[in-house]
Design a protein around this ligand. Sequence first.
Ligand code: NAD
Ligand code: MG
Length: 380
Amino acid sequence: MKKIAILGSTGSIGTQTLELVRENPDLSVVGLAAGSNIDLFEQQVREFQPKLVSLQSEEACKELKTRLADMDVTVVCGMDGLIAIAEMEEAQVLVTAIVGMIGIRPTIAAIQKGKDIALANKETLVTAGHIIMPLAKERGVSILPVDSEHSAIFQSLQGENRERVRKLLITASGGPFRGKAREALENVRLEDALHHPNWSMGNKITIDSATLVNKGLEVMEAKWLFGVGLEQIQVVVHPQSIIHSMVEYVDGGIMAQLGMPDMKLPIQYALFYPDRRPMKGKRVDFYALGSITFEKPDMETFTGLKLAMRAAREGGSVPTVFNAANEMAVRLFLNKKIRFLQIPEIIEMCMDAQKRIASPSVEEILACEQETYELIRTKF
Ligand code: NAD
Ligand code: MG
């Protein structure tokens, strides 16, 4: 029996992880945390019977306690709750399916307790990769990628000599606005930005995919996960999302992982690695597919990717500023407070204004996040 805890169980990755628990009787859930969807969360607790559960606000936790009075379960709350679940004695693997850099402290807490991490929460690695990766190594903990591109790279590295990697090729669908000129993006509606051509995901990452910020975050995520230089990472637009990413070796050979765009495969791979389990679902039908295509990313229109590359190059606290500014800007866009093109504008404004720290501690990263939010609040 493999015992897992999940941070962000009511979200897109969280609910798909629980589907896998339903399908695999040798997986069991010992801890669950989520934000505010109390109805779905209560159903999950009743079905999966974890020992420890947490919601974001005190109010939601109080309500949950009342609702679960008939059950043998402990309710914890907020950041302390996330950390308590991350550190649970009973859990072997922590699935980080929470969104945003709020995942930093719980992820570090879990690693310190020797838990393997099935990592979906890329913002954590983008901002604190320089702390998390060495700590994981020191504690002998595996960071197993859930993000489809990173899972594809991880799968393409199996059985190979990592010294012989020449570059990582990260594929990108290009999002709903691929091929559009900048002027055409002036007045895009929230509804259009939320309509991803191939993947069904949470709102924040769907907007990140439309701005190409997601691909930028993934470049930084790959740099930390696989310990390669930025110059060894190339983004390739591949609109059909069938090749999930590739690794080129020194002899020119390229290994790729292909499959339908379905997050359940990378989640399951992370949970059972190095095994592969049978899985239901649609398969790639090459006759029906006919052709797949590739393009260069348009970084002049989608400046989110260009700014991410700059943040990655500058390093230190700059990726934190980039990420925090994006988190806040996406929130403002989702609340219809700003236009689509203001997302990269806000990121750039913050990157130009914020002071730099070469190798920020967790406290400095969190302070930098708050300062970035403050800066945006003074203007919007
Ligand atoms: P989502 O918005 O669907 O779900 C987020 C989950 O986190 C929800 O359960 C929510 O309640 C919870 N949460 C949010 N704030 C919280 C807080 N303060 N305290 C406790 N819980 C909180 O997001 P998602 O699409 O599932 O994405 C999760 C992470 O996985 C993100 O980092 C995203 O970039 C990454 N990811 C997602 C996909 C995908 O297909 N959805 C693919 C690759 C990577
Ligand atoms: Mg991805």
